[in-house]
Write a protein that binds this ligand. Structure first.
Ligand code: DX5
Ligand code: ZN
Length: 228
C-alpha cells in the first residue's frame, strides 16, 4: 500500500479549521485529536466540531480518541462523519465489541497503544481492526520528541500483521518528521501522522508531499529487497 500522510490539526489554528484543512489538500486523511482532560492531561474538541469539520472538507477524518469510556463515545464520532475512529486499548472496556460497532456503523475501526502498552496481548484482536496505531510519544501534546524505543514494537506489529495475512494499516503518531519518518517506514509503518512537521512549516502542503516521498522511497526499497 502507498504511504499515507495524515496531518494532525492539533498543530493547526483551531479558529480556522476549514482553511487549515484546505491548506493540506492532497493529504490522505485529516488526523483529529480528541482529548478529554482525563485520559490525557489536555482538552481539545469533541463531536460538534468533528461534525462541522466533516461538512467543511472533502478530506476524510481520522479521529484519534484520547478519552475515557470510548465504548460510550466512539460511535458518535462515526455518526459525526469520521471515516476512521481510533480508540485506546488502555481505555476500552470491550475492544472487540467496540471495533465491531464502529465497523457496523460504516467507519474504519482502529486501536491505539500508548508507549508502555505491548502489542502481544492484542494479537488475536487484530482481525477485528482496520488499523493499529502505535504512539511514538506519550499522548497528550504535539511537538514532542520521537521515541526511538518504539521502533521494535512497530517491527513486531508488522510481523504479526504479515503472519496473520491481514490487510490492516499500521499508523505511527508523535514526533514524526523528515528526521524520523524513514525509520518508521523501515520498521513497517504505512500511515504517518504529523502535526508540527506539517503545520509548523511555511507550506503545509509541500511538507505533506515531502514526507510522503520519503516514506515511499523507503517502501519502494523494501519491495525491491523482497523481489517484488
Ligand atoms: C499527540 C497526538 C498527536 C500529535 C502529534 O498526543 O496524538 O496526533 O498531534 O503531533 P506531532 O506530530 O507534533 O508530534
Ligand atoms: Zn493523534
Amino acid at each position: 500500500m502507498a504511504a499515507q500522510i495524515n496531518p494532525s490539526i492539533l498543530s493547526a489554528d483551531f479558529a480556522r479549521l476549514a482553511d487549515e484543512a484546505e491548506a493540506v489538500k492532497g493529504a490522505d486523511w485529516l488526523h483529529v485529536d480528541v482529548m478529554d482532560n482525563h485520559f490525557v492531561p489536555n482538552l481539545t474538541l469533541g463531536v460538534p466540531i468533528v461534525e462541522s469539520l466533516s461538512r467543511a472538507t472533502d478530506t476524510p477524518l481520522d479521529c484519534h480518541l484520547m478519552i475515557e469510556d470510548p465504548d460510550r463515545w466512539a460511535p458518535q464520532y462515526v455518526e459525526a462523519g469520521a471515516g476512521s475512529v481510533t480508540f485506546h486499548a488502555e481505555a476500552a472496556a470491550a475492544p472487540v465489541r467496540l471495533a465491531r460497532e464502529i465497523r457496523a456503523k460504516g467507519a474504519r475501526a482502529s486501536m491505539a497503544l500508548k508507549p508502555a502498552t505491548p502489542i502481544e496481548p492484542y494479537e488475536d484482536l487484530l482481525p477485528e481492526l482496520d488499523m493499529l496505531l502505535i504512539m511514538t510519544v506519550e499522548p497528550g501534546f504535539g511537538g514532542q520528541a520521537f521515541l526511538d524505543i518504539m521502533l521494535p514494537k512497530i517491527r513486531r506489529t508488522r510481523e504479526l500483521i504479515s503472519k496473520h495475512g491481514l490487510q490492516m494499516w499500521l499508523q505511527v503518531d508523535g514526533g514524526v518528521s523528515a528526521e524520523t519518518i524513514e525509520r518508521c517506514a523501515e520498521a513497517g509503518a504505512d500511515v504517518f501522522v504529523a502535526g508540527s512537521a506539517v503545520y509548523g512549516t511555511e507550506d503545509p502542503a509541500a511538507a505533506v508531499r515531502g514526507l510522503r516521498a520519503q516514506a515511499e522511497r523507503v517502501a519502494a526499497g523494501a519491495a525491491r529487497a523482497c523481489g517484488h
